[in-house]
Design a binder for this molecule. Sequence first.
Ligand SMILES: [Fe+2]
Length: 184
Amino acid sequence: MTNQRVKILSSISYKWNNATSSLDKNCYPPSLLQDLLEKHTCYFIDMSRATEKINNFARDIENNFKKQCDAHVYVCRNPNLYHPFGIHYDLVPNIIIQCEGQTNFKVWDKIENVNNKERFGKINIEMTDEPLLDVIMNPGDMVWIPEYYPHHAISITTRLSVSFPIQIHEGSDMEDRHWFRFEG
Ligand SMILES: [Fe+2]
């Protein structure tokens, strides 16, 4: 998988050798990727066409909002791993679906008076209020997080979840979501 898609929540950098015929020199070798997944919390971006199901769901969101939607796949193989985001908010709404394992999800009330020039959300916010929502997400559960609502996802077990950020501030160029299969 090309390294631009892989976000490893660690500051370590890696080098590897590539096969002579390899066109993408930045493509993670699968053995390294497996090792990284065991040792760090990782997520993968630009995954909205990873499977037919994800593609279909992203298409439904895009049809509803008339805005492009990505899919980020979060993988945590060890709930004790360090997670740098803490309580944070994002600048775009997200739909988060728990696929495997359990996550404790807390959501607080909207932060007002946010600087509109912010390019990214804010991480590691201190919250003293009680959360509006404090739930254990199980496989098949979904949570809607509007923009500027602080939230905190704490892995209780190993987990895999998919988050669908809706690009409300961007233009409306959509992915080609045509999905085909040759029969026979
Ligand atoms: Fe978030």
